[in-house]
Design a binder for this molecule. Structure first.
Ligand SMILES: [Zn+2]
Length: 444
């Protein structure tokens, strides 16, 4: 096993860990009450005195926070910082500016103090160390990071570990592949979408990605690395171990896969209070699905209580993994964002279930689209998979379509139409992918 960045925290007995979480939540609630008007108002309205928070029931009485509330609190015109009413510290203490990607609405600006930055790199060092990154590694990050926090945090965590980090911005995919080969990089930190794209670029350059020095791929930004079909496809293409990580600009790097026998993400419960709740906000039991409510327990410049993360997961107890961590697990990683699940003909369609089927089917490439159209004469919505026939595995198109239809029916409970295309005709997304297009009219 790869070992742990902070063994005493990662293996803390549950009882002590939960006591620590309750204490840190109370301290954080007192801190935001004193320093952030939005949270003072929310707690006052709910009649909660933060000093009185003792139990998990007390914590669940604290109102959750939505992204919309944060955006509104930041949109206030008065104030002399870009962070609006969300800043808890003197503006002079802010050391880093980041913002959310804004794929779903106005981006949120996020301030980090020096203490926050230490915390970010510690959280990411926890991820990278669990996944085997060590001082003798050379880590390639194939992006210009911009104001997007995850890759900056990964960069600084590499420095903290003592690994060599190579920023791979402002290069074409072909140039990145060359650099990975020239420098003999051993680790790539990337999105799963881009890991596949880089593998394709390598093959076009006549480089076999599996023959490069890359031993590990650390994925962030979207769920793929916990989707068995995608993980297997990446591991085969690159001849490397593939790991998953989950986090968000608002909450931090709260989840990571280990090299134990669970296929999922441990919650970093030393640094975060992670709640998995049902539609009524009640905690779910192990084996059940729910959405995440996350409180970063150490956030300083722009802290949050009970942020509605909206990621869907299946909760599992820590003992399903043999790595020794006492942190609970999201089995199979993030199943998708709550708002990415689409109801089609009365069935909740999971984007990662489709992804898994496509990536497990060798006769098609890794790229695909799902298109949902208005209902036909039979009053059913039409759900179509556009896939590309894989040139390296020539197969009879009818047999490919039959296989995909059968596997999708079993995985999703829906009958798909399959449209097979030539390899390479679907556009390759650069970083994060949105492969599901709902074209139904809203009154449908
Ligand atoms: Zn584990």
């Amino acid at each position: 096993m790869a070992g742990m960045w902070n063994p005493s925290l990662e293996t803390m007995p549950r009882e002590r860990l939960e006591r620590r979480q309750r204490r840190k939540f109370r301290e954080q609630a007192q801190y935001v009450y004193e320093n952030v008007p939005l949270f003072r108002d929310k707690l006052d309205r709910a009649g909660i005195d933060p000093e009185g928070i003792e139990t998990f029931d007390d914590i669940r009485a604290v109102p959750t926070t939505t992204k919309g509330e944060l955006r509104r609190a930041q949109a206030t015109e008065d104030g002399d910082t870009p962070y609006g009413d969300l800043l808890a510290v003197d503006p002079a203490e802010v050391r880093e500016y980041h913002r959310t990607s804004g794929t779903t609405g106005t981006p949120l600006r996020q301030a980090e103090s020096g203490r926050d930055w230490e915390w970010w790199s510690d959280c990411w060092a926890t991820v990278l160390w669990a996944q085997g990154v060590r001082p003798d590694d050379r880590v390639f990050v194939p992006f210009s990071y911009g104001a997007y926090v995850a890759f900056w945090a990964a960069h600084y965590a590499c420095e903290r570990i003592g690994a060599e980090v190579v920023p791979g911005g402002n290069l074409s995919s072909a140039e990145r592949v060359e650099r990975i080969a020239d420098l003999e990089a051993t680790v790539i930190v990337t999105t799963p979408t881009y890991a596949l794209r880089l593998a394709e670029a390598a093959e076009r350059e006549g480089i076999d990605p599996a023959a490069t020095s890359v031993e590990r791929i650390v994925c962030a930004g979207e769920p793929g690395a916990s989707v068995p079909g995608t993980k297997a496809a990446l591991e085969t293409r690159w001849g490397a171990s593939v790991y998953d990580h989950a986090g968000a600009t608002e909450t931090g790097a709260w989840g990571y896969s280990c090299d134990g026998d669970s296929l999922g993400l441990h919650f970093n419960e030393a640094r975060f209070l992670v709640e998995v709740v049902d539609d009524d906000g009640s905690p779910v039991e192990p084996g059940e699905e729910g959405t995440l409510v996350v409180t970063p327990l150490d956030r300083h410049a722009q802290p949050y209580l009970r942020f509605e993360q909206r990621d869907r997961v299946t909760l599992e107890a820590p003992d399903v993994c043999d790595c020794g961590r006492t942190f609970r697990i999201a089995d199979g990683g993030i199943l998708g964002r709550d708002d990415e699940f689409i109801t089609v003909n009365g069935v909740l369609l999971s984007p990662t279930a489709v992804e898994d089927v496509v990536r497990r089917t060798d006769a098609v490439t890794d790229e695909y689209r799902v298109v949902i159209d208005d209902h036909d004469e039979k009053e059913l919505d039409a759900v179509t998979l556009l896939a590309e026939a894989a040139p390296q595995n020539p197969t009879d198109p009818e047999s490919i379509e039959r296989t995909l239809r059968r596997r999708l029916k079993r995985a999703c409970g829906l009958t798909f139409r399959i449209r097979l295309r030539d390899a390479g005709v679907l556009e390759r997304p650069e970083r994060k992918a949105n492969r599901v297009h709902d074209r139904r009219s809203t009154d449908g």
